[in-house]
Design a protein. Structure first.
Length: 364
C-alpha cells in the first residue's frame, strides 16, 4: 500500500494552498459570509478555470477522472482556510449521483456544473426521518406528482436544479427538477458556520419519466455512495481545520506573554497543545485509511468512513475548544479565525450523522 501522494497530487495540493494563501484570507471569507449570494461568483469562476469543478467527474463526462484521494486533498486545504464555496453540494453530492448514473441527460448537467454556470443541490434529508435515507417520506405518485418536504438542503438558495430522493411505490427514486418549477418552494436560513441551508417543499410537482435519474437498487447505491463520499470530504475538511487550530495556537502562545515569558513555556499549556496535535494526527491516519478504502471501492469502505467520522466528531470539537480556550477572550471573537473553526467543527459533526450515529454504523 503506497501512502505517498503522487507528483500530480502534490501539485494539486500546492495549487490549492497558493490559492487559499493569496486569494482567500479571513477577510475575503467574511465578505462572502456577509453577502447575499452566499458564495463568491468570481471565486467560483476561478474554480472552473482551474479545473477544480471538473476534478471528480469521469473523463467520459468531460472531467479529469480524479477520485476520493484528490477530493480529500482539496477539502483538507479548504478546511485550513475555511473556504465557504458550495463545492460539496454541487460537485460532490449531486455530481457523484449524476456521473455514476445511467441518466440520459447527465452530461448536459455535468457540463454546466463544470463550467460553473449551474448549481445543483441534493435534497435527501427529512426532519422526521433522520438518517433513514433510503426510506424517505417524500413520494412520487404513479401519475408523476412529487410531494414532500426536504430539510437541510445545502446551497438550496442558489440551486438551479434539485436532485430529490423520494419513494415511487416501494422503491427509492432519484429525480431531478428545476428549482423554479411550479409547486417548489424554498426557505433558506443561515447555519452556525456562516453558510446557508434550505427547507424545500414540493407540492404536486410534475415529474416526467425523463427526469428520473435512477430507481430501486441503483438509486440506493447512488444515494448512499454520494453521502459516503461527502462524509469523507467533510472529514478531510475537519482535519484541515484541526491542523490550523493547532498551528495557530502554537504561534499565538509563543507571542502572548505572562510573567515576562511566552505562555508557550508553561508546561500545562504545552500538554494541552500536545493533546491537540495527537488528536489531529489520529484523525489524519484514519482519513488516509478511509480515503484509500473508498478509492478502492472496498466492501468495508462505509465502515472506515464511519470510523473516521465518529472520531472527527470527538477530536475536532476537542481541538477547536482547546484552541479557543488557549486564545482567551480573543478566541470567541468573530474578528479572529479561531472561533470560526469551532463553529465549523460543530457543523461538520452534525452533517451526515454525528459521532454516536457513526459509532453505531461502525459496530453494525
Amino acid at each position: 500500500m503506497n501512502l505517498n501522494y503522487s507528483e500530480e497530487q502534490l501539485m494539486l495540493k500546492e495549487q490549492i494552498q497558493k490559492f487559499c494563501d493569496a486569494e482567500y484570507d479571513f477577510y475575503k471569507r467574511e465578505d462572502v459570509v456577509k453577502s447575499d449570494a452566499d458564495f463568491d461568483s468570481d471565486v467560483w469562476s476561478l474554480f472552473a478555470e482551474q479545473g477544480w469543478l471538473s476534478m471528480p467527474f469521469s473523463e467520459e463526462s468531460g472531467g479529469f477522472g480524479f477520485g476520493p484521494i484528490e477530493l480529500s486533498i482539496l477539502f483538507e486545504e479548504f478546511g485550513k482556510a475555511l473556504v465557504i464555496e458550495p463545492y460539496l453540494s454541487s460537485v460532490v453530492l449531486s455530481g457523484h449521483i449524476l456521473d455514476n448514473s445511467s441518466f440520459n441527460d447527465k452530461n448536459t448537467v455535468i457540463e454546466s456544473i463544470c463550467s460553473g454556470s449551474m448549481h445543483v443541490s441534493l435534497a435527501y434529508a427529512e426532519s422526521t426521518n433522520k438518517y433513514d435515507y433510503i426510506n424517505p417520506l417524500t413520494s412520487l405518485s404513479a401519475d408523476g406528482k412529487l410531494n414532500g418536504t426536504k430539510a437541510l438542503v445545502l446551497n438550496g438558495a442558489n440551486a438551479s436544479k434539485f436532485i430529490v430522493s423520494c419513494k415511487s411505490g416501494d422503491e427509492l427514486a432519484l429525480v431531478i427538477i428545476d428549482s423554479n418549477a411550479d409547486g417548489v418552494s424554498v426557505t433558506s436560513f443561515p447555519t452556525v458556520d456562516g453558510q446557508t441551508c434550505s427547507e424545500v417543499s414540493f407540492e404536486n410537482v410534475l415529474v416526467s419519466n425523463d427526469n428520473i435519474i435512477a430507481k430501486g437498487s441503483e438509486g440506493n447505491d447512488l444515494l448512499l455512495g454520494a453521502i459516503n463520499l461527502a462524509t469523507l470530504c467533510v472529514s478531510a475538511e475537519a482535519v484541515g481545520c484541526m491542523t490550523s487550530c493547532y498551528l495557530k495556537t502554537v504561534e499565538y502562545t509563543k507571542s502572548r506573554e505572562q510573567f515576562d515569558q511566552p505562555i508557550s513555556n508553561f508546561q500545562v499549556l504545552q500538554h494541552r497543545m500536545v493533546d491537540m496535535f495527537i488528536e489531529s494526527e489520529l484523525c489524519k491516519s484514519l482519513l488516509i485509511k478511509a480515503m484509500l478504502e473508498v478509492d478502492a471501492n472496498s466492501e468495508d469502505m462505509f465502515k472506515h468512513v464511519s470510523a473516521l467520522k465518529a472520531q472527527i466528531g470527538k477530536s475536532g470539537k476537542f481541538s477547536a475548544q482547546q484552541a479557543v480556550q488557549l486564545h482567551g477572550g480573543m478566541g470567541v471573537s468573530d474578528e479572529l479565525m479561531i472561533g470560526h473553526y469551532l463553529k465549523k467543527m460543530l457543523t461538520i459533526d452534525a452533517l451526515f450523522g454525528n459521532s454516536d450515529f457513526h459509532v453505531k454504523s461502525f459496530s453494525a
